[in-house]
Design a protein around this ligand. Structure first.
Ligand SMILES: [Zn+2]
Length: 206
C-alpha cells in the first residue's frame, strides 16, 4: 500500500490497474486477508472522484469488490472493521467524502470548526453522553452542549441508507450514533446551531 496508495490518500494509474487483481484476491483468500484486500481497494477508490473514468474502465472489478464487501459487512461482528469496510463500500459506489469520514462513528468523536465564529470544537457521540465542547473536554471541566439528534424516521438520503443498513447488519452502536452525526450541534462559544455532517465534510472539501 505504500506504493499503491501512499498515506491512503494518493492513487496512480498503477493503483487502479491493480483493481482486477484485488477483486480476484477478494474472492480467493480467507476472511482475515479479505478484510485487508477490501480495505486496500477501498482506499484506492476513495482517491477517484465520483464519475471518474476509472469507474467505467474498471466497472467489472469494482462491481465485484462491491458485492464481496456488501456480503462481508453482513458477517462482521466488530464495529471497527465494520466502519472501515462501510467506507470501502461507499468508495466503490463513488460516494465522495463520506468514504473517508465515518471513522468518528467508531471512535465517537469528531473535531469540527464553528461555521460562525470558527472556534474548534469536539463533537462527542459517546456511549453515555452526546455533546459539543469547545476545548479539551477530557482534561478539564468544560461546558458541554447536548447534541440534537435527528429522529431516525426523519433521516434522509445517505443518512437513512446507512441507518437502515447498520440496523440490518446488527451494528447497533453504529446505528445509534448516526442520528447524531446527521443531527445538529450548537457552538459552545457563540451558540450558533449547525448540522454536524456539514462541518464534518467541510474538513474534507478542498
Ligand atoms: Zn461559534
Amino acid at each position: 500500500m505504500d506504493h499503491l496508495c501512499p498515506q491512503l490518500d494518493t492513487a496512480f494509474s498503477a493503483s487502479f490497474a491493480a483493481l482486477p487483481r484485488l477483486a480476484a484476491l477478494a474472492s480467493s483468500c480467507g476472511p482475515q486477508d479479505r478484510r485487508w484486500v477490501l480495505l486496500a481497494a477501498g482506499a484506492i477508490m476513495a482517491c477517484a472522484p465520483s464519475g471518474d473514468d476509472v469507474f467505467k474502465v474498471f466497472s467489472a472489478p469494482i462491481a465485484h469488490l462491491h458485492r464481496v464487501t456488501d456480503q462481508f459487512l453482513r458477517e462482521i461482528g466488530d464495529a471497527e472493521n465494520y466502519v472501515y469496510l462501510l467506507q470501502s463500500l461507499l468508495s466503490f459506489e463513488g460516494v465522495e467524502i463520506w468514504d473517508r469520514c465515518l471513522e468518528g462513528l467508531r471512535t465517537g468523536e469528531y473535531e469540527v470548526e464553528c461555521p460562525h465564529c470558527g472556534v474548534n470544537m469536539f463533537i462527542v457521540i459517546g456511549e453515555d453522553e452526546c455533546f459539543s465542547a469547545s476545548d479539551d473536554y477530557s482534561l478539564r471541566e468544560v461546558e458541554k452542549v447536548p447534541l440534537q439528534p435527528t429522529a431516525s424516521e426523519d433521516l434522509e438520503g445517505l443518512a437513512k441508507r446507512l441507518h437502515d443498513r447498520t440496523l440490518a447488519d446488527g451494528q447497533q452502536l453504529v446505528a445509534r450514533r448516526l442520528p447524531y452525526l446527521f443531527g445538529r450541534a450548537a457552538c459552545p462559544d457563540c451558540g450558533t446551531v449547525f448540522p454536524v455532517a456539514d462541518r464534518v465534510t467541510a474538513n474534507w472539501t478542498p
